[in-house]
Design a binder for this molecule. Structure first.
Ligand SMILES: *Cc1c(COP(=O)(O)O)cnc(C)c1O
Length: 813
């Protein structure tokens, strides 16, 4: 990229102010943390709920960045850098992308739909890359920001673009269309996803179709509800199952562990798709349609489609052997996604030492020397201890890179002692599909059984922001990560939130707080059940106690005196009705007497806990708690002449009583995607999915029994699948014997007989599945809330009961 300052000013309709009006920029950034920020960077200071790009301008100037798109010029920076003043920096980023897109005229494919966009894009990239130098959206960069950044990645070597667009409400597609300006459109599956942002399904479809107003050809499933909304001047190219009115009429049957499609289009021909689920088959058909449109021969199409592979849409963080952390990115290797993966690696602070295992880099459009020159520059900017290059080209091109270990093939590397020597480091494993880096991941991954609790860190951030959106911007947030972050992993949650505005963390016991400190978390931490034996350790680790009794306070003050502490922060807990811990009204005087003129400790906050914030039939009681809290805390503040923070709301409190938010709130269960109220839940995103696999499938004849004590008797021939998860993993036994179910390939499989310690059996009669397939124990369906209701308990208990032997896998898009 090389764009002149004048052209930027014009494209953005900006007001230019700065000392260097005559220069070229060669890259664009919106992330102050990216290590690629340099003197050639044009930085867009985007506003955000938690972070405002403007606040990073001084730090970026110190790194040499010279060009900033801003909605306000920082006073002390005037005259020292180039500023492009615009009313709206996001719109300016999009305007820039529109301008930049206009510089190129090769064909562009635009993809939208409710599901399957990223998979179709990744597959097309794989299917078409032998013929084209493709620029595509990295990962699922399909939002208002992501689309602009994707298009800005174009360079003069590309000759085909594949971009996806995702929207959540009306008006958004109109902004994305001129950025992508597709020539060919693909509409993937339209489902219920993101329905909330629209008044009707029809409105949602019409909005999506806005992406295609300028295309020459639109590929879509023949569906009257959709085609009726397509503008008349657009050529459609449709497909359908057993639908003679579609341009391509398709019959499908399950065969050889996959699906055989018979297509009727200029004659009949067969294509084998190596998947059985409907979603994958439909996505493969979208790809086949595009290849037919581009006049590929049916032989080539059939050959390439047979090589389709499951696409992993996100960077997965996994536990490796010898205390290592693995970032698994074993399906792509191109310059764009390497940038993203290296920035992600940079953010992992668990280990000092960082290793990158990288295959030959493909499909960038640059010639080899230029490309590897750029790769070397990227790598050297990222504090990497060693680079292992696998493949002929990378071995040759990076030969002189410091701490570089070349290998011709993945097998050579796996046979080398180096592969067994990793210890306490973070490894980024990034390779093109053909290099089979998945084998490296399997080799280096900690071996545990196949049950995992997957935690979506993006959803955690979404949920945090949902509750924040209901609060005043000045209200602080304490995030409760007690009980291993409600079973989801306290350290990973705390780390994921370290870039968001979170003011406090709350844990139950001192050792939980110490573990967080040892892992490098520096956010203030309140400990709710501090025991006097741990006071000294708390002081050593900078953990702040909840003080709930005079006896406890005396003990803490004694420790503070002994350790020569002064003004050590403490948090006073008032019992306004919960009757668990806390000072009652008649104990306030004793408390005041202890604290008056005491400078060993300092009251950082006064708080209380609601006992029924989720249940509006107890509204009067809750309001009474507020009344007591207000009166007692006022009295303490007056008597002691202090101004501490005050807080009383938990998740349901935030939702039901935002008027009582005081200075801070304490967010727990909602962060983990579980609201107590049905409408509240609709705004939350799923965080935890408990998954396992089918170990064995067998047929049980009528009259036979299944499991301990013969609690299930087959009435007819029944297919049974055995799953390696049981009550020792935290699945309540009451969920067995026909009461509960798991989801296998989208279908409900009832749990039969008693749940065993480490296993359970489910009914898969009539469900298409095989050994090794995934079973969802909870997640989308059943939800934890459904399980809790059926079992007569609360989601909190289910979440926190999942045993620590179940491996947690975290991911972030
Ligand atoms: C657990 C806890 C919270 C969080 O409650 P949620 O209902 O999960 O939001 C808040 N405050 C205290 C004192 C707690 O113990």
């Amino acid at each position: 990229m090389s764009v002149h300052t004048h052209n930027i000013t014009t494209a953005l309709k900006a007001q230019f102010e700065g000392p260097q009006p005559d220069m070229e920029i060669d890259n664009v950034s919106i992330d102050s943390r990216s290590l690629q920020n340099n003197s050639g960077t044009l930085f867009f200071a985007l506003g955000g709920q938690n972070r405002d790009g403007h606040q990073f301008i001084p730090a970026l100037m110190a790194k040499g960045v010279l060009n900033f798109v801003v909605s306000q010029i920082p006073e002390d920076a005037k005259g020292k850098a180039n500023f492009y003043l615009v009313p709206d920096t996001l719109k300016a980023l999009q305007d820039f992308a529109v301008y930049y897109r206009g510089l190129y005229s090769f064909p562009v494919i635009g993809i939208t739909g409710s599901n399957g966009k990223t998979i179709v894009k990744e597959w097309l990239n794989y299917l078409l890359s032998p013929e084209y130098n493709i620029i595509r959206s990295p990962r699922s960069y399909n939002s208002q920001v992501g689309v602009a950044l994707s298009v800005i990645g174009i360079n003069e070597h590309h000759d085909l673009g594949i971009f996806e667009a995702g929207i959540s409400t009306v008006g958004e597609m109109r902004k994305l269309e001129p950025i992508i300006r597709p020539d060919i459109g693909i509409l993937t599956h339209i489902g219920a996803a993101h329905d909330e942002g629209f008044t009707s399904r029809e409105q949602k479809i019409a909005e999506k179709l806005q992406l295609f107003i300028h295309v020459k050809t639109l590929i879509l499933q023949n569906n009257a509800a959709v085609t009726a909304l397509v503008a008349e001047h657009i050529n459609t190219f449709t497909w359908g199952f057993d639908d003679a009115t579609a341009h391509v009429n398709i019959a499908k049957k399950l065969q050889n562990g996959g699906t055989t499609l018979t297509l009727h289009y200029r004659g009949d021909f067969e294509i084998h798709v190596p998947f059985i689920d409907n979603a994958s088959v439909e996505n493969a058909i979208s790809c086949i349609m595009l290849m037919l449109h581009l006049d590929y021969s049916t032989e080539t199409i059939a050959d390439r489609i047979s090589g389709l592979y499951p696409v992993e849409l996100r960077l997965q963080v996994k536990n490796g052997i010898n205390g290592c952390t693995l970032i698994d990115d074993s399906f792509s290797s191109d310059y764009q996604s390497l940038k993203i993966a290296l920035d992600f690696l940079e953010q992992q602070k668990t280990h000092q030492k960082k290793t990158v295992i990288l295959s030959d880099v493909f499909q960038s459009g640059f010639d080899t020397k230029v490309l590897y020159g750029k790769v070397a520059k990227l790598l050297s900017g990222h504090n990497i201890s060693q680079v292992i290059g696998i493949g002929e080209t990378i071995s040759r091109e990076l030969a002189s890179f410091p701490n570089f270990y070349p290998f011709e093939t993945t097998k050579d590397f796996l046979n080398h002692p180096l592969a067994r020597g990793f210890e306490d480091e973070t490894l980024l494993i990034k390779g093109a599909r053909s290099f089979r880096f998945d084998e490296i991941v399997v080799f280096l991954e900690e071996k545990t059984h196949e049950t995992v609790l997957e935690i979506n860190l993006n959803s955690v951030i979404h949920n945090l922001n949902f509750y924040k959106s209901r609060l005043k911007p000045t209200t602080k947030v304490m995030v409760m990560v007690k009980a291993f972050g409600y079973g989801a992993g306290s350290y990973e949650i705390a780390k994921a939130l370290s870039h968001e505005k979170v003011d406090y963390l709350g844990v139950a016991f001192a050792d939980e707080g110490i573990a967080l400190r040892n892992a490098g978390i520096s956010t203030p931490i309140m400990v709710m059940n501090p025991e006097s034996t741990t006071f000294a350790a708390m002081a050593a680790y900078n953990l702040e106690p909840e003080i709930y009794s005079a006896k406890e306070l005396r003990a803490f003050i004694a420790m503070a005196q002994q350790k020569n502490l002064s003004n050590y922060p403490i948090h006073l807990k008032l019992d306004t009705g919960m009757h668990r811990l806390g000072f009652q009204e008649n104990q306030l005087k004793e408390l005041t007497d202890l604290l008056r003129n005491n400078n060993l400790v300092s009251v950082k906050s006064i708080f209380s806990h609601l006992s029924a914030s989720d249940d509006l039939q107890f509204r009067d009681f809750t309001v009474e708690q507020f009344g007591k809290f207000e009166a007692w805390s006022n009295q303490l503040m007056a008597d002691l002449n202090i101004q501490p923070m005050r807080h009383i709301l938990n998740t349901s409190g935030i939702y039901n009583y935002p008027e009582a938010q005081y200075d801070m709130v304490r967010l727990g269960i909602g962060l983990y995607g579980v609201g107590n109220d049905a409408t509240e839940r609709q705004s939350l995103q799923l965080v935890g999915t408990l998954k396992t696999v089918i170990l064995q499938i067998k047929e049980v004849p009528a009259g036979d029994s299944v499991g301990y004590s013969r609690r299930f008797m087959a009435q007819h021939t029944t297919s049974i699948a055995t799953l390696p998860i049981g009550y020792a993993d935290g699945i309540p036994r009451a969920w067995g014997n026909g009461n509960g179910f798991v989801t296998i390939n989208g279908q409900k499989a009832t749990i039969l007989g008693s749940i065993c310690m480490d296993m359970l059996m489910v009914d898969v009669t009539g469900i298409s599945c095989k050994e090794g397939d995934t079973a969802i124990v909870f997640g989308e369906s059943p939800t934890v809330v459904e399980m809790a209701q059926a079992l007569g308990t609360i989601p909190y208990e289910i979440l926190t009961s999942i045993s620590q032997r179940v491996k947690r896998v975290f991911f972030k898009e």
